[in-house]
Design a protein around this ligand. Structure first.
Ligand code: PLP
Length: 425
């Protein structure tokens, strides 16, 4: 059970007033707010145990190093990786995907080889591959989606050729809220001998994730979207892949020995962590993962599903409302549902706690600005997914995205706000 009133006490920013209204923060897909436990863990480290890691024999450096490795273990446990050697700290999801795109292409791909992404990817899972397309001549292929924003799994299967070398897709769409059938996507790729990278930026904060159960080859997420600090994220990679791939960046920490003639590289995961790591960020991330683990990811998923359903039920009644993404029957009591694909086959489709919408002809920027005047923070625009906007034939949407500290009353405020703004046009 999520005790939302007690949870809200942990997030001082939620007491903020905006234009005389209590803040209703519904931009959690972009970044989440931070509980005291995270901020205090970081402040305590700066006050009491700050020293550069891995390099010193002195007391503080040893303590800081232990803390970093303990944080790595917390991450390992959270996503159920087999070993801490498979947990690489990065700046975030974006850097993790760039790391894989760069190292994987360098080692495993030739001109004409293919990567498969989907039509609903964030720019951070498109552009790194396009950079490799320019540099190395690889080809980016795209899994099409239905108008409701559901991946066409049959079409996905048809994209494989002997030149397909990697698949890279989002677990949950940051625009549509679609929860992709990543276990199936991975199984199909593995049937073709192809590894898969999963962008978990919008899944890890909202549901239990088990990288071994999924059999993901690579999985990444950002700390700041799961109540942790900015500037820290995670790349999980199966040991066999991380061992095989070359380093992404060069510098301190990632080396074995260095001479001007020849340099050898450090063991995993340090081979991919050049330079001083964001060890205070790692402390904050571990505190965040412990925070959500104490509440329980299952409980968080169930609570957010309740909020999302409550919102969908009301929003769908607003005249002119267009909701994007798989629209689960808002009258049903669960957010999971069976959906029919174009060929009549059924696909398990669930919806994440992201609702993108437009109302009548009201421009998303106008509505977003007016909602802000009521204290309601939603995101507007293309959500770093311009190709998806093109697919949907729109320029942008409003997006409300929920977190564990949001309340049913805040959903009511959103709905009342949308109605009020709509009545002004
Ligand atoms: N992937 C998805 C699905 C996202 O929603 C985001 C951020 O919104 C990212 C990747 C990029 O995350 P970051 O900017 O933290 O690297």
């Amino acid at each position: 059970m999520v005790n939302v009133q007690s949870i809200r006490q942990d997030f001082p920013i939620l007491q903020t007033e905006v234009y005389g209204h209590p803040l209703v923060y519904l931009d959690n897909g972009a970044t989440t707010q931070k509980p005291r436990q995270v901020v205090e863990a970081m402040v305590n480290q700066y006050y009491h145990t700050n020293a550069n890691v891995h390099r010193g024999v002195h007391h503080l450096s040893v303590v800081a190093t232990d803390m970093l490795e303990q944080s790595r273990e917390t991450v390992r446990k959270f996503i159920h990786a087999a070993s801490v050697d498979e947990i690489v700290f990065t700046r975030g999801t974006t850097e993790a995907i760039n790391l894989v795109a760069s190292s994987f292409c360098q080692q495993e791909m030739q001109a004409g080889d293919e990567v498969i992404v989907s039509a609903m990817e964030h720019h951070s899972n498109i552009v790194p591959w396009q950079l490799q397309a320019e540099r190395k001549g690889i080809i980016v292929k795209v899994i099409p989606i239905t108008d409701e924003g559901i991946l066409l799994v049959d079409e996905y299967e048809k994209l494989f050729t002997p030149k397909t070398k990697i698949v890279s897709v989002a677990h949950v769409s940051n625009v549509l809220g679609t929860i992709n059938p990543v276990a199936d996507i991975i199984r199909i790729a593995h049937d073709h001998g192809v590894p898969v990278l999963i962008d978990g930026a919008q899944s890890v904060p909202h549901m239990p994730v088990d990288v071994q159960a999924l059999d993901a080859d690579f999985y990444c997420f950002s700390g700041h979207k799961v109540y942790g600090p900015t500037g820290i994220g995670v790349l999980y990679g199966k040991r066999e892949w991380l061992d095989r791939l070359p380093p992404y960046q060069g510098g301190g920490e990632m080396i074995g020995t260095v001479s001007f003639e020849h340099t050898t590289f450090n063991q995993l995961p340090y081979k991919f962590e050049a330079g001083t790591p964001n060890y205070v960020g790692a402390t904050g991330l571990a505190a965040a993962l412990e925070y959500v683990s104490n509440i329980g990811m299952q409980a968080i998923a169930a609570y957010e599903a309740e909020l999302t359903q409550y919102a969908l039920r009301q929003m769908i009644q607003i005249p002119g409302m267009k909701i994007f993404g798989p629209l689960v029957n808002p009258q049903s009591s669960i957010v999971n549902c069976q959906l029919s694909q174009q060929d009549g086959s059924e696909v398990q489709c669930s919806r994440g706690s992201v609702i993108s919408f437009l109302v009548g002809n009201i421009h998303h920027l106008d509505m977003g600005t007016l909602l802000d005047r009521l204290g309601i923070a939603v995101r507007t625009g293309h959500h770093c997914a311009e190709p998806l906007m093109h697919r949907l034939g729109i320029e942008g949407t409003l997006r409300a995205s929920f977190a564990l500290y949001n309340t049913l009353e805040e959903v009511d405020a959103l709905v009342a706000g949308i109605k009020r703004v709509a009545s002004m046009f």
